[in-house]
Design a protein around this ligand. Structure first.
Ligand SMILES: Cc1cc2nc3c(=O)[nH]c(=O)nc-3n(C[C@H](O)[C@H](O)[C@H](O)COP(=O)(O)OP(=O)(O)OC[C@H]3O[C@@H](n4cnc5c(N)ncnc54)[C@H](O)[C@@H]3O)c2cc1C
Ligand code: FES
Length: 286
């Protein structure tokens, strides 16, 4: 069995904040990251040191890379979408242009890109839509059909920038309270869209309950499902085992695997989705 390793391109650096804009419930933050921008793939994440020197927040916080690109002026940039809620994410959302943050990136696995054009559905929950827009652009450039479904509790928590909407064939929005799009959950509309668009693969990112529900639908329709899981992370680099999930390997054995190294992008049909944090029966070693 191969031993999974940290993303070989991962680099630690002080990145300057180029801009920080509030958009609905989120902050869109742009960092200057030099050539590192060329290494990041849709699905990778960044681990950011929060709180500044002497802070008691010793653990880095994980954020999906929304987009990484080279600007026309030759500066490599990395964009993030941050939902401020706890002390670490609030600290990050408060950073002003010119300040620096210490990052380790790119980390984790990326979404697999098909070699042939396919009919893809991208499903994002809340800020989970962030890594899907760069993925949509990549898929479109390969000739794929891209249907996007975004869901959130309320309109302000839908992250859908205008340029992102342009890179998809169709966009469906759901909100729990009906303040935008269709009232309900993404799982209410996905079956109809799979049938309408003859979807061959689903890519998803969002809360674990949403990913679990999408896996059930994908299994029912025999559709491939790559999801970016969001398990709590402490180190982000494979050392602490905080982020483990029960996942079936190619040998059929279910093991607890580190989602910061073998994820966050995983085959949804291989994950044992369970609400409790307990190691399920039948997992290797239990
Ligand atoms: C792969 C990935 C991608 C993500 N992408 C985004 C994104 O694009 N945008 C966004 O806003 N958020 C994202 N998140 C969520 C984000 O990492 C958390 O919201 C953030 O860690 C919150 O930090 P906080 O200090 O604000 O919250 P708090 O709740 O105060 O702190 C959470 C932190 O506590 C630590 N922790 C939690 N559980 C444990 C444990 N069992 N043992 C040890 N330490 C623990 C972790 O370091 C965790 O980051 C992502 C998370 C993951 C795993
Ligand atoms: S977060 Fe430490 S091993 Fe994954």
């Amino acid at each position: 069995m191969d031993i999974p390793m940290i993303n070989p391109r991962a680099t630690q650096m002080d990145a300057e904040v180029l801009s920080n804009k509030r958009l609905g419930s989120y902050h869109h933050i742009v960092l200057a990251v030099n050539e590192l921008a060329g290494y990041a793939r849709p699905g990778n994440f960044v681990a950011i040191s929060v709180g500044g020197p002497g802070s008691a927040m010793v653990l880095r916080r994980a954020f999906a890379i929304y987009r990484a690109s080279m600007r026309a002026d030759g500066i490599g940039i990395m964009e993030l979408v941050v939902a401020p809620h706890g002390n670490g994410s609030r600290w990050l959302a408060d950073r002003a242009p010119g300040e620096k943050v210490n990052i380790v990136a790119p980390l984790g696995t990326a979404f697999g890109i098909p070699t042939e054009p396919v009919r893809a559905m991208l499903v994002g929950g809340g800020y989970g839509s962030a890594p899907l827009f760069a993925l949509a652009e990549t898929l479109k450039s390969r000739g794929c059909r891209v249907d996007m479904v975004l869901g959130a509790s309320t309109a302000a928590k839908i992250y859908a920038p205008l340029e992102g909407k342009r890179s998809v064939n169709s966009m469906t929005i759901t909100t729990d309270d009906g303040t935008a799009g269709i009232q309900g959950r993404v799982s209410d509309v996905i079956p109809g869209l799979i049938e309408l668009n003859q979807t061959e693969i689903i890519y998803s990112c969002g809360p674990m309950a949403m990913l679990s529900a999408i896996t059930d639908i994908a299994n029912r329709y025999g559709t491939m499902h790559q999801c970016s899981v969001e398990e709590s992370m402490a180190c982000g680099i494979g050392v602490c085992m905080t982020c483990v999930l029960p996942v079936e390997g190619s040998d059929g054995i279910v093991r607890m695997v580190r989602t910061c190294i073998e994820g966050p992008v995983m085959d949804g049909s291989k994950v044992t989705w369970n609400k409790s944090r307990e190691v399920p029966e039948g997992v290797w070693g239990k």
